[in-house]
Design a protein around this ligand. Sequence first.
Ligand code: KG4
Ligand code: ZN
Length: 330
Amino acid sequence: MKILAVETSCDETSAAICEDGVITSNIIVTQHAHQIYGGVIPELASRIHTQHIVSVVDAALKKSNCILSNIDVFAFTQMPGLVGSLLVGACFTKSLALVHQKPLIGVNHIHAHVSANFIPQQKPAFPFLCLTVSGGHTQIFICTNFNTFKSIGTTIDDAAGEAFDKSAKILGLSYPGGVLIDQLAQKGKPIFTFAKPNMPQYNYSFSGLKTSILYFIQKQMQINEHFIQDNLHDLCASIQTSIVTILLDKLFLAAKENNITNLCLAGGVAANSLLRKNFEIMCIQKNYSYFIPPFEYCTDNAGMIAMNAYYQALDNNFVSLDTTPSAHCV
Ligand code: KG4
Ligand code: ZN
């Protein structure tokens, strides 16, 4: 079975081919045009998707030595995301399914981040917990099979990636700042501490942390106006340590209380070096099995959409051509 999947939920235009459960191409074009605005501009994003989608799909087909008539199933990101951007991928993919008279799959983008863990040959055993952390979402899922992911914890305000990006903005770093904080933290020490949220169960909150960082920096700048420049590496290391500690404390609490010893990471923030390192160390200490998708499958990509679609196709989870995308999960 050959699947062509398209991802356009935010600011990456991506297309991938999955052949019998193996990803044979994963082309990603990131839109850098948003950087000067300090965040993604939805209207601009959808227009850039229309400019890139044909060449991105073409490149994916070429890399996998395929032509459109070889494709058995077409898949697109249905939700959640920026609705204009989702519409570009949905309309494009639906047109291909219609022309080639092939079945169609609408993929939940957050679930697809989890499915990125199924891309490597060695796959996690069920049940497993997956901490799914990106710019738009922060969830802990219990996964009982390739298609059943139950959310047991989520953020009540900002997502983990947003916490990185908003903290970076306070430090005057460019968007998206998560990766910059990661790089600058390499040369710093986590000497500053910030407010820790006290959320019930496995839920998260990051808006208090952001406010705590802002007030701390404002106070310090009254004493030394160059406080940020003078302490940039230590500030980044401290912010990174705070976010990573909050994320992992809840994940390991959920693992203990649910008696689950297989753990996974997913989403753009899973590219964070400290999160990966501490996750591995804690899993080894507790003798848990652990999985992290390769880097290119952590941030937004169509490979994970194709992988999710593969297992849905095996379950005959197809959608009709009048299925519409949705900004939120329905
Ligand atoms: O999964 P993703 O590409 O897009 C969404 O679905 O939102 O995640 C993007 C998020 C951004 O907030 C970005 O700052 C964050 O992932 N990110 C990182 C790192 N790489 C990407 N955050 C911390 N450290 C990183 N190395
Ligand atoms: Zn994502």
